[in-house]
Design a protein around this ligand. Structure first.
Ligand SMILES: Cc1cc2nc3c(=O)[nH]c(=O)nc-3n(C[C@H](O)[C@H](O)[C@H](O)COP(=O)(O)OP(=O)(O)OC[C@H]3O[C@@H](n4cnc5c(N)ncnc54)[C@H](O)[C@@H]3O)c2cc1C
Length: 481
């Protein structure tokens, strides 16, 4: 069993630490920040996150799903706020289990730090990795007491999108990296609880103000507050962070674009001008490892934009895939690392693309009648042909079908939906006989292609039911659309 150093104690580093420690490795996790269980620190970005089925499967494997339940709020769909203040719920799925879970980033991280320690990992905080020598396995950490040198047999880089371990892989000639910065950024605002501690907006929906070139979303936290996030261009004459630089500009913009939110955030302009503007990027890396010495995973290997709520879920899944390859190659770690990337990179490339696509869906698709019709038809086809037609969103969020397979299926499904809605404005005008024939052919293609596949599809209900709370007032399907 190896002497493993994990750099980074975020979602990926902590889950990996549990999986390695349970397999008998000596595990030390080095985290640059203080211990967030003891010191109240700003998590740095996105206060809450959407947890999806594939992430929950991993949390179940790690043994913390029951502990996570109290810090989540289930969301049954998107509540789309029109400029005139009216709202429309667009359900995420067809069943009560098909909900996403809003979870506090720092509370979840705290649970995972506990789990890593319980599994036997040692966690050292305030240790910022500054250098990795891949040949000797020596790492240099900056600490409040000065620099510290640490020797490792194997280095797991779970140190996020600006990974120091990845930088060492690049310098050694193992990795090639492309960072695609998005020209849109984000800013978070807190919508406080109402006077009696109650939620000011429906707590069981993801609120979305889609305005085509920008959008605002709000996710609830268990304490009664919401985290609202504005996504818009960094620069430009219209809605841009550069243009929103005075209290008057901020107040005018919010009053005209999000009038129904304004009364709920009394200190809106103060928050807006005080909070940092975050950047978003996709990191595409080729060459995740250096022999049997080092490997990167999570955002360090595959950071994506947040519009499908999948970065952390994907990071969790990558930990499980890596652990499986280590099990499959007990005497050849280099082969395990290579097999891990060979299996996983097509999937992380696919979710990177789908996450970018979903920005368009969120900021303009949800208010485009043709898109809304296709989405309603997708849910209808799933009701009529269960298991044979699964809407793309559900395949990503409520199933564990590998992302690359989801992407392939989603492309074919988009063709089917386009054909069935051609010249149609209402769901009841769709030719259902034609739909049955198209779905039968599509299903046969899928079965033929995946006959020998070694993955299994775990659905939302299979992991959630009885383990994690779903909204009791969930109304899936037609009635709620
Ligand atoms: C606005 C926004 C919203 C998001 N929403 C969602 C969502 O809804 N659902 C979802 O699944 N994902 C979401 N994500 C993505 C998610 O945050 C990341 O994919 C996830 O945190 C990746 O986990 P990680 O452990 O790989 O990296 P990180 O979370 O970045 O963790 C890396 C850890 O390493 C530490 N570290 C960094 N550098 C060093 C160093 N040199 N030495 C030592 N330690 C170091 C950091 O302090 C941190 O603790 C969102 C991201 C953003 C920006």
């Amino acid at each position: 069993m190896s002497d493993a150093v994990v750099v980074g104690g975020g979602p990926a580093g902590t889950v990996l630490a549990v999986l390695l420690a349970r397999r008998g490795h000596r595990v030390r996790v080095y985290e640059s920040r203080p211990d967030l269980r003891r010191v109240d620190i700003d998590a740095g970005r996105s206060i809450n996150l959407a947890l999806a089925t594939r992430g929950m499967v991993v949390l179940d494997e790690v043994g913390v799903l029951d502990r996570v339940d109290p810090i989540t709020v289930p969301l049954r769909g998107r509540l789309v706020h029109a400029p005139d203040g009216t709202c429309e719920l667009q359900p995420y799925g067809n069943t009560a289990d098909e909900v996403i879970h809003s979870v506090s980033r720092s509370d979840l991280n705290a649970i995972l730090l506990d789990a890593a320690e319980e599994a036997g990992a040692e966690i050292l905080f305030r240790h910022r990795c500054r250098q990795v020598d891949l040949d000797s396995g020596r790492l240099r950490f900056e600490t409040p007491e000065g620099d510290r040198l640490v020797d490792a047999e194997v280095v797991y880089g779970a140190d996020g999108a600006n990974s120091e371990v990845r930088r060492a892989l690049v310098e050694a000639g193992d990795a090639r990296v492309r960072v695609d910065e998005l020209d849109h950024g984000y800013k978070e605002l807190t919508v406080p609880p109402g006077p009696d501690g109650a939620f000011r907006l429906d707590p069981h929906a993801l609120h979305i103000w889609a305005r085509e070139s920008f959008m605002l979303i709000a996710l609830p936290n268990p304490g009664g507050d919401f985290t609202a996030t504005l996504f818009c261009a960094h620069e430009g004459p219209g809605a841009s962070f550069a243009a929103l630089d005075t209290p008057e500009a901020v107040e005018t913009f919010f009053a005209s674009e999000f009038p129904d939110l304004v009364p709920h955030v009394p200190d809106l302009a103060d928050q807006f001008l005080a909070h940092p503007t975050g950047s978003l990027a996709t990191v595409r890396c080729r060459g995740w490892s250096h022999g049997d010495r080092a490997v990167v995973l999570g955002d360090a290997a595959h950071a994506i934009v947040p519009f499908h709520g999948q970065g952390m879920n994907a990071a969790f899944e990558s930990c499980l895939v890596l652990a499986r390859h280590l099990d499959d190659h007990p005497d050849d770690r280099a082969a395990a690392f290579a097999a891990f990337e060979a299996e996983r990179r097509p999937d992380t490339d696919a979710i990177a693309d789908m996450a970018l696509d979903n920005y368009l869906e969120m900021r303009s698709g949800v208010i485009d009648p043709r898109h809304v019709l296709r989405r309603r038809l997708a849910l209808e086809l799933e009701r009529r042909f269960p298991g044979r037609f699964i809407p793309r969103y559900a395949m990503v969020m409520f199933h564990t079908i590998p992302y690359a397979e989801v992407q392939r299926r989603a492309r074919r499904q988009a063709e089917i939906l386009a054909e069935l809605t051609d010249g149609v404005t209402e769901l009841d005008q769709v030719d259902l006989e034609r739909a049955a024939a198209l779905v039968a052919a599509y299903d046969a293609e899928n079965r033929a292609r995946t006959a020998d596949a070694d993955w299994t599809d775990i659905r939302a209900g299979e992991v959630a039911r009885g383990r994690i709370t779903v909204a009791t007032d969930t109304q899936g399907g037609e009635g709620a659309t």
